[in-house]
Design a protein around this ligand. Structure first.
Ligand SMILES: Cc1ncc(C[n+]2csc(CCOP(=O)(O)OP(=O)(O)O)c2C)c(N)n1
Ligand SMILES: [Mg+2]
Length: 184
């Protein structure tokens, strides 16, 4: 499955959840399949989506879905330990794992040899789920029924969809998202 298909299938099953999405093509693809004030496109540093998602989950009651990348999670692996120990029941961390830095030219990461789901389980995550690359349909309902924090490992094909950059300034994205979170 391609990343854009995984994003489309998962977001089509969401309702009121807040979404934090990783920098680069994941955010561009998510914006292209579905834009919403509930989406925070994280146009900053790799590795920060999971930490921002954790802070958001701890600071309010709505469920938070984070779309992270394998390279980004590996860059901030300590975030898994913090998430597990803070244990927010309303946080779902989805790792879209294409075994590469897809947004910058498909340079390989180590997620082909280091199993990120096993890492999450080693850290202590009780609720983990794997969707393999050969899957055509992602049924996300079991994930939404699980108590968080949930670690979702989605193996995807390398490659980016041909979608344009997001036509919004980062400040606009942030302010729109804050208004949504504050219910204004
Ligand atoms: C700290 C940091 N280093 C490098 C970059 C440049 N960069 C942006 S996206 C990206 C690749 C991200 O890979 P991954 O998290 O696996 O996501 P994918 O694009 O594969 O979905 C890189 C290297 C960055 N934004 N931040
Ligand atoms: Mg990747």
């Amino acid at each position: 499955m391609e990343r854009i298909t995984a994003l489309e299938q998962i977001t089509s099953q969401l309702k009121d959840e807040l979404v934090v999405c990783n920098i680069g093509f994941p955010s561009r693809e998510l914006y292209h399949v579905k834009d919403s004030p509930k989406h925070f496109y994280m146009m900053g540093s790799m590795g920060m989506a999971s930490s921002i998602g954790l802070g958001l989950a701890l600071s309010q009651k709505r469920k938070v879905i984070v779309f992270d990348g394998d390279g980004s999670l590996l860059m901030n692996l300590g975030s898994l330990v913090t998430i597990y120990n803070q244990s927010p029941q309303n946080l779902v961390l989805v790792v879209l794992d294409n075994e590469c830095y897809g947004s910058t030219g498909n340079q390989c990461t180590y997620s082909s040899t280091t199993d990120l789901k096993k890492v999450a389980e080693g850290v202590g995550f009780k609720n983990t789920i794997l969707y393999t690359e050969s899957e055509d349909k992602i049924d996300f309902s079991p994930v939404l029924d699980m108590e968080g924090p949930v670690f979702v490992h989605v193996k995807i094909q390398a490659g980016n969809a041909k979608v344009p950059v997001i036509p919004m300034e980062p400040e606009e994205i942030k302010e729109r998202f804050i208004r949504e979170v504050q219910g204004k």
